[in-house]
Design a protein around this ligand. Sequence first.
Ligand SMILES: NC(=O)c1ccc[n+]([C@@H]2O[C@H](COP(=O)([O-])OP(=O)(O)OC[C@H]3O[C@@H](n4cnc5c(N)ncnc54)[C@H](O)[C@@H]3O)[C@@H](O)[C@H]2O)c1
Length: 216
Amino acid sequence: MDTVIVTGGASGIGAAIARLATEQGLRAVVWDLSPGGMIVDVRSREAVEAALAEVGPARYLVNNAGPASSSALPFADGVAGTVGTVELVTSAWLATDPPDGAAVVNVASVAGNLVGTDSAWYCAGKAAIAGYTRHLATRIAPRVRVNAVAPGFVDTPRMAGFGDTPLGRSLLDRNPMGRAGRPEDVAAAVLFLLSPAAAYVNGVLLPVDGGWTVSQ
Ligand SMILES: NC(=O)c1ccc[n+]([C@@H]2O[C@H](COP(=O)([O-])OP(=O)(O)OC[C@H]3O[C@@H](n4cnc5c(N)ncnc54)[C@H](O)[C@@H]3O)[C@@H](O)[C@H]2O)c1
């Protein structure tokens, strides 16, 4: 049974990814600060390396964990928590020499790459995830494919109540699908990008936003 590591997999989008992966016959290993899997802080190299040794060979990696854009973080800390952690986890995982047919999906955002939002570090960090994804895709394929998803507004615990705010309502009003994204919408895109069905898809940033960004 192939293993997928899902960072931030105890809640929201990550939890939906882990559920769908399990339904599709993968062994889903969740790393999170909260219980629901292994307690692993992706900001800690020591914790990540110890967890990788415990998990054993993992063909797939989903870098989903990251601080909420509403967190009051200094710019450098926010960027480090958003994209520095993705580089740390991916480098440590690559050092384990993942099996053939390996694939990574990074969870970026429409923020930074397609729209600007309030948080400077969030926009910068998420845009950097797309750049790091392209770097990897051109350097480690065909051994490993690397892609990213860019969710729009997805109804998860960190966004609770946002849809009822004036900004949330205006976003939903302009979404061609007429609703917020569900964690399962993003999970389906992630599992597609990991799967052999995406064997020739490498280096993309796939918006999963109901067409919101193209409707602006
Ligand atoms: N919800 C949205 O609208 C939305 C939109 C675009 C992108 N995203 C991105 O999707 C990802 C998941 O967001 P969500 O909405 O599901 O959030 P969420 O808060 O429901 O879940 C995030 C999980 O990540 C964990 N986490 C945070 N920091 C961690 C760390 N250092 N180490 C390990 N685990 C950590 C949290 O404990 C939490 O369980 C994030 O990268 C977020 O930026 C979300």
